[in-house]
Write a protein that binds this ligand. Structure first.
Ligand code: A5P
Length: 238
């Protein structure tokens, strides 16, 4: 199975949720890149009023290169109607782990300010146990070795992320610490413990962020699920 084809199909299908005349959020990662390409094709064929907020330098460059109208990060003050993004693991409550590509901070800011958030995933990520993926956590470079030590002091296995033998840098010039989520440890409580450490900026756990999920299966089926929330985001973490 070529999962890239599945991701591309989901992205194409997600285009039907793009509203006209509003600001939309562009997630990061491979699935989001397919979405940006599909959106740019649609926009090129028949331009319509649109502005986009990008969640990483990479997706911003791609969107601009393909001719999409992207707001600069400092001028962005519009409410986002809907954000389209991928995820590393997601469940039926609309909670997800994100950030394998390192874009979790901007992704979380944009999703938090979005009326709706659609996550596009292939079936491998659907109901995937949290301990099967790493929990990326963005930290300030200053004192990062001590921050890492404080994280491991919580009884966690964690490592500073490297890329090409250099410390990985996020779009905001921060570092990422990847954490293994222990099997029977509630992730909401874990996030709270992590956020209490000075130097930790944000974690890749997105509690109840999704309002809709599109799941692409290997057999070509794409399932759409709406997620109802009494309260979105962080209010009922534990
Ligand atoms: C970017 O840092 C991530 O949050 C991605 O959105 C997530 O890792 C999903 O990426 P893929 O679409 O590449 O699987």
């Amino acid at each position: 199975m070529d999962w890239n084809i599945v991701k591309e199909k989901i992205a194409e299908k997600a285009l039907s949720f793009v509203p006209k005349g509003t600001t939309i959020g562009l997630g990061s990662g491979t699935t989001s890149s397919y979405f940006v390409k599909a959106l740019a094709n649609l926009y090129k064929k028949a331009p319509f009023p649109l502005s986009c907020v990008a969640t990483s330098n990479e997706i911003e460059s791609l969107a601009i290169a393909l001719g999409l109208p992207v707001l600069s990060s400092s001028s962005w003050d519009q409410e986002v109607t809907i954000t389209f993004d991928g995820a590393d693991a997601i469940n039926s409550e609309g909670s997800a782990i994100k950030g394998a590509g390192g874009a979790l901070l901007r992704e979380k800011i944009v999703a938090f300010h979005s009326q709706k958030v659609l996550y596009m995933v292939d079936e491998r990520k659907w109901n995937r146990p949290w301990n099967e993926v790493l929990l990326p956590t963005e930290v300030v470079p200053f004192g990062c070795r001590n921050t890492l030590q404080s994280i491991t002091n919580l009884g966690l296995s964690a490592a500073l992320r490297y890329q090409n033998e250099k410390v990985f840098l996020t779009s905001d010039n921060n570092y990422i610490i990847d954490i293994t989520v222990p099997q029977n440890r509630p992730i909401g409580a874990l996030q709270k413990e992590l956020l209490a450490i000075p130097g930790v900026i944000e974690t890749g756990y997105f509690h109840h962020f999704a309002t809709a999920i599109m799941i692409g299966y290997g057999n070509g089926v794409i399932e759409e699920r709406q997620v109802e929330h009494d309260s979105r985001f962080h209010t009922d973490l534990i």
